[in-house]
Design a binder for this molecule. Structure first.
Ligand SMILES: Cc1ncc(COP(=O)(O)O)c(C=O)c1O
Length: 362
């Protein structure tokens, strides 16, 4: 089976982990500080605050910006659960904006329609490895005085107008979950240029401690380990190479899929460099099989395909008591989407096999 995702861990990462194990310093220390500095530099941001997951990063970034009870935050209807659940963890209310039919990211016109007197922030998500259309989103945010919290958890190495994902709003959050373009096993990071937000995040991730046992607010234990940071430092050096390989694989897949009537390959937006965290295919009405039939056939032939997200986020049980404003594009498009392997460990022969399996479906 060609797996849909596989962490790309080499000898250098293993050596870095052993070195930390031998040092005896496992909890947040010098490696974490170095990883924060290097990752913030890579993205072009002033401050990095490393944490134990992307979810923790979103949670403390929202809190640091003062999001709380009564505040609405607009998130896209098509994204991972944590983009909206973290708003609720802060006591705020997520509201949902529809997405663009081809790019799958938040549509600025729909964002505008969702803004109410209570809206304090917008959380555009750089879904599947491609940034949202940030100029249009930032224009709406500026006109309505909204905070822009970029969820870049899927977009390490992506670019928009030559700027890296994570450098396109006020503050940004990343995840280093094992399937991501680079990993620390589990992990996350907040990036910002605002020293006050950076300081608030540092306090929130470590029990509000300004110095040992000096707690000035109630925070969490969201710290990153030295082991995770040591892996992250090696993975960061490899990130551009990983993204290059993902883009090469994607280019070959797109060339082949463009020839198959009724299957639509992903679209690269203007000014966007897609980092292909996921390679998403859309099934059109004229294709003879449904998305689920396709996934079943591909899986039985050894291609690790799977449906993308199961539904718009507001249909998840956990959000059932939340206000519903239907996102028609997302509702139509989600049942048509499936993922196929694109990661750097997918070989040229694997791509041939994936394309053969897709071609044989018709
Ligand atoms: C868009 C998005 N936001 C947030 C997260 C949360 O990150 P983590 O799994 O590291 O908590 C993810 C992770 O998969 C994600 O894809």
């Amino acid at each position: 089976m060609i797996p849909i995702a596989r962490p790309n861990i080499g000898e250098e990462e293993k050596r870095a982990v052993l070195e930390v194990l031998e040092s005896g310093q496992f909890a947040q220390g010098a490696k974490v500080a170095e990883f924060e500095k290097r990752f913030a530099e890579y993205v072009g941001r002033g401050y990095g605050i490393a944490v134990n997951s992307g979810t923790s990063a979103l949670h403390i970034a929202l809190l640091a910006h003062g999001i709380g009870r009564g505040d609405e935050v607009v998130v896209p209807a098509l994204t991972f659960f944590a983009s909206a659940s973290t708003v609720l963890l802060c006591g705020g209310t997520p509201t949902f904006a529809d997405v663009d039919r081809d790019l799958y990211n938040m549509d600025a016109a729909h964002l505008k329609a969702q803004v109410t007197k209570k809206t304090r922030a917008v959380m555009p998500v750089d879904l599947y490895g491609q940034t949202a259309e940030m100029d249009a989103i930032n224009d709406v945010a500026e006109a309505r005085d909204l905070l822009v919290l970029e969820d870049a958890c899927q977009a390490h190495g992506a670019e928009y107008h030559g700027r890296k994902a994570g450098n396109l709003g006020d503050t940004a959050c990343f995840s280093f979950y094992p399937t991501k373009n680079m990993t620390t096993t589990e992990g996350g990071m907040v990036l910002t240029d605002d020293p006050k937000i950076a300081e608030a995040c540092r306090l929130l991730r470590d029990h509000g401690q300004r110095a040992k046992y000096d707690h000035i607010l109630v925070g969490y234990n969201y710290r990153m380990t030295e082991l995770a940071a040591a892996i992250g430092l090696v993975q960061l050096k490899k990130l551009d190479g990983f993204v290059r390989k993902r883009r090469e694989n994607a280019a070959r897949l797109t060339k082949g899929i463009a020839e198959i009537e009724g299957l639509s390959p992903p679209v690269e937006g203007n000014w966007m460099l897609h980092a292909y965290y996921q390679y998403i295919v859309r099934v059109e009405d004229r294709f003879p099989l449904t998305r689920d039939e396709i996934v079943q056939r591909l899986t039985s032939e050894g291609v690790g395909a799977r449906p993308s997200y199961p539904s718009v986020l507001y249909k998840q049980k956990a959000f059932r008591k939340r206000p519903k404003n239907r996102s028609k594009v997302a509702e139509d498009v989600i049942p048509r989407l499936f993922e196929i392997p694109v990661h750097p460990l997918v070989s040229s022969e694997d791509i041939d096999m994936i394309l053969r399996a897709l071609e044989s479906l018709r």
